[in-house]
Design a protein. Structure first.
Length: 571
């Protein structure tokens, strides 16, 4: 809550000072002072259960500007509109009755077909979930221990005889999907499919030559059967085409049946293989916590623990370009690489104490907690879960300050992407949860705080949303050597009202000033923390789900996010 005068003053600050001194601190803290690590499987049970109507529905957010599948709003009267892209957005004019993303959405979507996967025997969601961390006295990290429910679903990968990466692409716009000029031509099931790329296989439902208006490999007649859109190649906008979600992909006699792996063309799916260095296999409970967090947001995270790989526990990353070539490609089936993200759990990288690293909007990540000291096994599991979700967030183009904001310890950013919450989660409804934000908190100026009003909601968020979040962390003192908050402080109250920012036990209407990120100043303005779930970049800028990539996928094209480090410091 914030009184209007404070809001006005805040914006005046923005106008006058162009941001009033952007918080320059870049980094890490420890979760030091994180006093409580409750293993909170708060979304046990049906992960695809109908979500309750949520005014903060992340799908209602504006489209991700980086989403190559996003449907541009074509103005029918625009003389400059490009006439040669017939498969581009026809939806606005002709909303299909089954479009689950059509806006506005009905408050209830009882027809959303989330259930079918659960009954499949291969469904990783059907696995019983552990409710307790493993025995801390048990031998650590046994490579193929039975408590890991996510067993590899493929035999050990063999080097592909034909490297699908071999063709360098010069097009600098990876998110531009090649589009056939003739809408009646299907590039994936037509008579002349590319010989060096996977294709969506032709089937009895969609034999070669079937009409396929949107060229997604799912013929027009089958689109109706599956409830997908005839004029949208990716109905659920998860970067996986309708055709591949239903029929899978095939290449040189091998197939990857995504439906059998849980893909649903009407629900967002994310595939992840997790490999590990000896001794660093992630705990199943940690993976489940992340899977549950995605499920609660309506996204199916299909996480598989793959194999132990024989490399040094310390991974050379450098600027990142070689990780794809040296580690990901030898260990991720090249057919899977068209669809999967890839994680590696190891001791460390580049000999440092960073908890992990991932390129922004790319397809690989490292979780490296070897130099962190943990109180006990439960805390180690928490850190694994939080760091996995944090690094995964970077692959969706999330930054430490959320959307397009690299600010560390951003006080209004309630997300696992905020270093404060990487190891402990945010406190919501009385429990610690790992999550990306599904609501927006307005910007806040350190010099214009109201302890009575606390934070203010932005976009479609309302005060009652903020009230669910309690005891946020602020940083009292930053370790500049590591950009690490060594004195985090939990403030009593909730985000909607009554936050004792300066810790003096009095709720002052203000405005007062307080240092919220521990860098010694009280004049910073923190930009609005935008809802993240509705803005995830699923495609990694056109790589995931793209059978005809336009760029050399070897090259790290994006900024590396090297995450918080605290060498040898207990959390
Ligand atoms: Ca189609
Ligand atoms: Ca379609
Ligand atoms: Ca899709
Ligand atoms: Ca899907
Ligand atoms: Zn990070």
């Amino acid at each position: 809550m914030r009184i209007s005068s404070i809001r006005f003053a805040t914006w005046m600050c923005v106008l006058a000072l162009a941001g009033c001194a952007q918080g320059g601190s870049a980094t890490p803290g420890d979760g030091g002072g994180v006093e409580e690590f409750v293993v909170q499987l708060d979304v046990i049970g049906d992960p695809f259960a109908e979500p309750t109507p949520d005014p903060n529905d992340p799908w209602a957010e504006p489209h991700d500007p980086n989403d190559p599948w996003a449907q541009p709003q074509v103005d029918p009267n625009d003389p400059w509109a490009q006439p040669e892209q017939p498969e581009e957005p026809q939806e606005p004019q002709q909303p299909a009755p089954n479009d689950p993303w059509a806006q506005p959405q009905e408050p209830q979507q009882p027809e959303e077909p989330l259930e079918p996967e659960q009954t499949q025997p291969w469904d990783p969601w059907a696995q019983p979930q552990p409710t307790e961390p493993a025995d801390p006295l048990a031998p650590p990290q046994q490579p193929e221990s039975a408590d890991q429910p996510h067993e590899p679903q493929d035999p050990p990968q063999q080097p592909a005889p034909n490297d699908p990466w071999a063709q360098p692409q010069a097009d600098p716009w990876p998110w531009e999907q090649p589009q056939p000029t003739d809408p009646t031509t299907n590039p994936t099931t037509g008579p002349n499919p590319p010989s060096d790329r996977p294709v969506v296989p032709a089937t009895a439902e969609c034999p070669l030559g079937s009409a396929d208006y949107d060229s997604d490999g799912l013929c027009d007649s089958a689109e109706a059967k599956y409830g997908t859109l005839v004029q949208n190649p990716d109905t659920d906008r998860d970067a996986l085409s309708d055709g591949m979600e239903v029929y899978g992909i095939a290449f040189q006699g091998r197939t990857l049946d995504l439906a059998a792996l849980g893909a649903n063309p009407l629900r967002r799916d994310v595939f992840l293989e997790i490999d590990y260095v000896q001794g660093y296999r992630p705990h199943a409970t940690a993976i489940y916590r992340v899977v549950d967090a995605f499920a609660a947001a309506g996204v199916a995270l299909h996480a598989e623990v793959g194999q132990q790989i024989a490399v040094t526990p310390d991974i050379p990353v450098g600027e990142g370009e070689q990780v794809d070539i040296a580690f990901k490609q030898p260990n991720l089936d090249p057919l899977k690489a068209y669809v999967y993200r890839w994680a590696l759990f190891a001791h460390s990288y580049d000999g440092g104490g960073s908890s992990g690293v991932a390129p922004l909007a790319d397809t690989w990540l490292l979780v490296t907690l070897g130099n962190f000291a943990f109180r006990d096994e439960a805390q180690r599991i928490e850190a694994q879960a939080g760091t996995l979700m944090h690094e995964l967030g970077h692959t969706f183009n999330l930054r430490h300050g959320g959307i397009e904001d690299n600010t560390n310890y951003k006080p209004n950013h309630m997300s696992v992407m905020n270093y404060h919450y990487q190891f402990s989660g945010v406190r919501r409804d009385g429990a610690n949860v790992f999550d990306y934000s599904s609501f927006t908190v307005d910007g806040v100026s350190e010099s214009l705080l109201s302890e009575v009003g606390a934070f203010a909601p932005g976009e479609t968020t309302i005060e009652s949303d903020l009230a669910r979040y309690t005891e946020p962390l602020i940083c009292r003192a930053l370790d500049r050597a590591y950009d690490f908050c060594h004195t985090p402080a939990r403030i009593l109250g909730n985000l909607s009202a009554s936050l004792d920012f300066n810790g003096n036990g009095i709720y002052e209407a203000g405005p007062i000033a307080a240092d919220l990120n521990g860098n010694g100043t009280t004049n910073e303005y923190f930009k609005p923390a935008l809802a993240e779930w509705g803005r995830l970049n699923y495609s990694a800028f056109g790589v995931i789900g793209n059978l005809n990539p336009q760029v050399n996928r070897h090259v790290a094209r994006t900024e590396l996010a090297k995450c918080q480090s605290a060498p040898n410091s207990p959390l």
